[in-house]
Design a protein around this ligand. Structure first.
Ligand SMILES: Cc1ncc(COP(=O)(O)O)c(C=O)c1O
Length: 423
């Protein structure tokens, strides 16, 4: 199996040359040079608005962005992908476009995750008198009440004959765990059929997932899928997949009323996306494919997953060591070092010698050289519902790596953590 050439990887990211350790990648990754080059190229050669006779080359560049993103999603057609300034905005746009198709009494199942895939559905439910049900994560270990994971057996009883939408996350931006998307969606659809639900659609948030594993909307059988390009080595925008059937049957256009966009992404993407950023996104696929000799996304993501497991191990082993557990360290999420988890690790320090999350991050900031983060990361309700209760604004300490991080960097982060926790 191919492994990553980490020096080659790191050479693709100009900001890594400083030697600063980015251990907060779930917040946003560094940007690949090839993405930067395309953005500069688009704006300099020259920046003509697309849609005119003399801007054919620019329009083609924007299409290149869609082609790349369609490949990343494994969408069946270019008409199924669109862009927006953020995943939050795309979900809100999709919810607005879905409004006419929601009846009073319809039910939405929402997982307790980042508000981007919660808020739009809650607001839509309020506008249309729909009902919101929550899929909550539950602990896997009696010793650690924060050892949360999502269990399908807790999801299925929420399905009824009125279930219209399930809004779930492929990976939790706090817990770091992956849900088995294909199996979960299959079980959901089967239960919905048994209950006599007329049409269940699945909205999948892949923002915390897309830099770690390969997307496959067709294999997963989802209707809506979103990820933020700025977390996948690109610039600050986001990409959406909407299944053609949903475009045709479920959404009412939120674009200008005189535009004929019945089966086009413009239905949920009113106005042009940042064209230079869309063109920049076209560089992500070649970058990812360059990681392994196979020149293939699946092979690259396998190599990424294996490398990331190596990054996860030293951090999780340290935080779950008996000494740290006695000291009050609790992982928020599961502690297994396997491929059902990405190297996004959250923890709190509780008990007699509790430390506020912001004080741990503050100690790192004072020392310099390493970025980590704390807070609720907009997964407000997940953190607010942890029991024993935590301060929802202080939240958790979150350390998150991606494939350009090295084991040596992880070890330095662990050394710095040891200093803070053992002083
Ligand atoms: C899981 C998850 N979903 C959605 C978002 C929101 O993404 P955006 O900033 O593109 O709106 C984030 C951002 O951190 C996230 O982690």
């Amino acid at each position: 199996m191919a492994t990553l050439d980490i020096n080659q990887v790191r050479a693709c990211f100009p900001s890594l040359r400083s030697g600063h350790i980015y251990a907060d990648n779930a917040r946003g990754s560094q940007t690949a040079q090839s993405v930067i080059d395309r953005i500069v190229d688009y704006l300099s050669n020259p920046n003509i608005q697309s849609g005119t006779d003399y801007s054919v080359a620019n329009s083609q560049r924007v299409v290149e962005g869609s082609i790349a993103v369609a490949e990343l999603f494994n969408a069946a057609s270019l008409d199924e992908v669109g862009f927006g300034s953020s995943s939050t905005m795309i979900f809100e746009n999709i919810a607005r476009a879905l409004e006419n198709d929601i009846q009073p009494g319809d039910e939405f199942i929402i997982s307790y995750e980042h508000e981007a895939n919660n808020g739009p559905w809650k607001r839509l439910a309020a506008r249309r008198n729909a009902v919101v049900k929550y899929w909550q994560p539950t602990p896997v270990s009696a010793e650690n009440p924060y050892s949360l994971t999502y269990k399908v057996e807790e999801l299925l009883p929420l399905v009824s004959s009125r279930t219209r939408l399930a809004a779930i996350n492929a990976c939790s931006n706090i817990l770091g765990s992956l849900i088995p998307v294909k199996e979960t969606v299959k079980a959901l659809r089967q239960r919905a059929n048994e209950q006599g639900a007329k049409r269940l659609e699945v909205a999948l948030d892949c923002v915390a997932y897309a830099s770690h594993r390969k997307l496959d909307v067709q294999e997963w059988d989802v209707d809506y899928c979103v990820f933020s390009v700025y977390k996948v080595f690109g610039a600050h925008n986001a990409a959406a997949y909407v299944r053609l059937a949903a475009l045709e049957r479920s959404l009412t256009s939120i674009a200008h009323d005189f535009l004929k966009v019945d089966d086009k992404p413009y239905k949920f993407q009113p106005g042009g996306p940042g064209h230079e950023l869309v063109y920049g996104a076209a560089a992500i696929v070649p970058y990812l494919k360059s990681l392994t000799p196979e020149d293939d996304l699946a092979a690259s993501f396998n190599a990424i997953a294996n490398h990331e497991r190596e990054l996860l191990a030293p951090l999780l082993l340290f935080l779950t060591d008996a000494k740290q557990v006695d000291r009050g360290v609790r992982i928020v999420g599961t502690s297994e070092i396997n491929l059902s988890r990405v190297p996004t690790v959250s923890f709190v320090v509780v008990g007699q010698n509790a430390i506020k999350s912001k004080d741990i991050v503050g100690a790192f900031e004072k020392k310099g050289g390493i970025s980590i983060q704390c807070g609720n990361f907009y997964s407000y309700h997940l953190i607010d519902n942890l029991r024993p209760k935590l301060d929802v604004n202080d939240g958790v300490v979150r350390i998150s790596f991606v494939h350009y991080n090295t084991v040596e960097e992880v070890e330095k982060v662990v050394d710095a953590l040891r200093e803070v926790l053992e002083r």
